[in-house]
Design a protein around this ligand. Structure first.
Ligand code: NAD
Length: 257
């Protein structure tokens, strides 16, 4: 990190730890956002859908939490970096980032287009790279950081029809382990959460036959819920998890073991 800015620590504008969650508008990202806000973080939600973000803002505020929302396409690297920089600059700190936004463009390899491959890499992997690079500087300045990237069992085991998605999720593991080694000396941890089958909009479109076929392979004999993943994110982003880095935490009912 040749660009490390050794300038003295800035005054924090707020005392709470600041946590950015991408893809916060629904599903797993929304559950993580709600949980981090409930745990006393100042939650910064990033997603594209402004109506869903506003509903999240109202819900967190009603529960007494502190938050703000930003509409941004994480596939647009310049816009994402600008949004993260603006938050860190204005609040004087950035403590936690959860790179959760993700898409699927499934298809068998013989028929998978370059566009479907590139879109999945851009939204799932490149966005996390841009976010980690941008977040590293304010985290180094604060000498504290918790980076969490949302992987998948597909990135560990592979999955037919998901060559693009599995490649992106496997790439996130290499990215995360590399930055864990680069940034560890600055008090920054970087970990992956690898969910299995979690009931969200992303999995609701799967054929019923496929869902039924998967269930027997899950030792805990149920699909996960978004809060199962949120609990893992709450722990890995906590001060107490300061000696865990470069880890891939499966939240999959035992599917990938
Ligand atoms: P979801 O489709 O319900 O939600 C995805 C979120 O990402 C939404 O908020 C969406 O708006 C946001 N998003 C997508 N593209 C975006 C973009 N270009 N810019 C900004 N925001 C964007 O999915 P989910 O099930 O909640 O999945 C969340 C994460 O967990 C993803 O990274 C996914 O790959 C991963 N995951 C999910 C499962 C599962 O079973 N649901 C399993 C393994 C991994």
């Amino acid at each position: 990190m040749g660009g490390y800015d050794p300038s003295p620590k800035k005054e924090y504008v707020i005392e709470k730890r600041v946590a950015i969650v991408t893809g916060a508008s629904r599903g797993i990202g929304r559950a993580i956002a709600m949980r981090l806000a409930a745990d006393g973080r100042h939650l910064v939600g990033i997603a594209r859908n402004t109506d869903q973000l506003e509903a999240l803002r109202v819900e967190i505020a009603a529960a007494g939490g502190s938050c703000e929302m930003h509409s941004c396409d994480v596939g647009d690297g310049l816009a994402l970096a600008a949004a993260i920089e603006e938050v860190a600059e204005r609040l004087g700190r950035l403590d936690i980032i959860v790179n959760n936004a993700g898409i699927t463009r499934d298809g068998l390899i013989l028929r998978m287009s370059d566009e479907d491959f590139d879109d999945v890499i851009r939204v799932n992997l490149r966005s996390a790279f841009v976010a980690c690079r941008t977040a590293a500087r304010p985290m180094m300045r604060g000498r504290f950081g918790r980076i969490i990237n949302l992987g998948s069992v597909a990135g560990i085991m592979g999955n037919p029809g998901q060559a693009n998605y599995a490649a992106a999720k496997a790439g996130l593991i290499g990215l995360t382990k590399s930055i864990a080694k680069e940034l560890g000396g600055k008090g920054i941890t970087a970990n992956v959460i690898a969910p299995g089958f979690i009931d969200t909009d992303m999995t609701s479109s799967l054929p019923a036959a496929l869902r039924e076929a998967v269930l027997p392979a899950i030792p805990l004999k149920r699909f996960g819920v978004a809060n199962d993943v949120a609990a893992a994110a709450a722990y890995l982003s906590s001060d107490e998890a300061g000696y865990i880095t470069g880890h891939v935490l499966s939240v999959d009912g035992g599917l990938a073991m």
